[in-house]
Design a protein around this ligand. Sequence first.
Ligand code: NOJ
Length: 563
Amino acid sequence: MRVTDTSDLWWKTAVFYNLDVETYLDWNDDGVGDLEGLAHRLDHLAELGVTCLWLAPFYPSPQQDNGYDISDYYGVDPRYGHLGDFVEVVRTANDRGMRVIVDLVVNHTSDQHPWFQAARSDPSSRFRDYYQWRDDVPDDQPENMFPDVEDGVWSFDEAAGQYYRHSFYSHQPDLATDRQEVRDEIAKVIGFWLQLGIDGFRVDAVPHLIDTDEGAEHGFLQALRGYVSRRSGNGMMLGEVNLPYDEMVPFFGADDGDELTMQFDFVANQALYLSLARQDATPLATALAARPALARGNQWGNFVRNHDELTLDQLSDDERDEVFEAFAPLESQRIHGRGIVRRLPPMLDGDPRRIRMVYSLMFSTPGAPVLFYGEEIGMGENPAVSGRGAVRTPMQWTDETGGGFSRADADDLVAPLADEGWAPEHVNVSRQRHEPDSMLRFVQDLIRHYRSSPEIGWGELTLLASGHDCVLAHAVVSSTGTLVAVHNFAPDGRSVDLDLSGLLGAAAGDGGDAGADAPRLVDLLAERSTPEAPADDGHHRIELEGYGFRWLRVLRADEKRLV
Ligand code: NOJ
């Protein structure tokens, strides 16, 4: 008997949506988004078709790194509400068919965390060994992750009289995760949030988290995943590992994928921007072709933008310069020498054809899509906000003052709204709900098609010859079906001749390769689409407009799925 696991492995076909409670909806009008506000917008997310929320850190924090500097792992920052509000959000999300995952930030704490305060002020405190200390700075110290802000990874603490390690900001001391007592603390944190009903974690800075003096300690990651699975049958871990593919593979786990459940595909993401800059699909095609095969239970997280800089650190210097020149011509649009602090729509000058092409690509690429709040309406950034904060402006709900995010005075808002052409009066949910051709409706449609095409989550990728460098043609094939997608990176149209004979032959099954029983193709994104029969030799010609795209479902003669 086959024990089916397609619905157990829910992340294989999930639609993730990342938001920061602080900037989503301010229910009490104090200028700061809150959990109650989020609870009132869960229907927006359910209608959009989201199936899993990823909540950015909402824990008590001095907020020197957007909440990634945690001072208490077991609470909710009082500005957002309390644990009761959190449970209401999880319960209501579940009721609307959505799961919730939360950020697990345990490579470091805030320097305000009681553990660090105890550690620095008392060498005999049991918390001293929770952190990493030295009497001097080693000659060969590694580069800090924020090299333009921090000189290195060791800073002197006056009270402790020693140097402590920090991979990120100096106010974020690294925990000594090689110590059993620290590992037990981390497990307790995981157990706590799982008990409150979440379905997993977005795990922050994984390569740093398991990096010990002896090297990367995969046994620890494996133990954490095992613990998550024991405490919650549905539990998963989506890890942040920005490394080349061959270095990412070990983080999925050597033993049948038993470490991280999912990883963001930073490689394809960076290649996407190089392809966009060159108007040439080759860099992306090359990256996708190099993607390592995954164990059945693992998955890629595909994304266009996230809450950080758009990092281009895996591109060569020349390639990065090409992307910088195309999308971040101003020095103020760049950060850390490696990334861009803009959202996609302004980078593409607001061209709806090109913006939609990019999202169509994300949703049709094998894996699970991860949206960053506001992408569904094409939000822009606020260039007046320095650094990564530029892309973390409040969600834009209406065209009112405060963008429907809050009625507090502009000066009291937790972050300024986007302005000029990207201001709420031009870009907001409320208006787009009523416009049939809006970005919101478009993304909603993509999600609908993604959800009815489980082959994208489960299938194998095949890159097809398109005959044009600017056109990416790919197929995803699984036992549930076959989808072909074609995307044009160039501003002018292309006529594409696709040889689908291999795919159609497989769909026809034994002997059924011609006549009324032959597979047909249906254009999923067209308004009213009649299935078309490809030529007898399996070739199919597609006319693509500039930045045009198509999703073609291969319809078997006995197809029962709705199209
Ligand atoms: C990665 C997070 O995405 C980023 O926002 C944060 O600054 C660093 N980790 C440090 O926690």
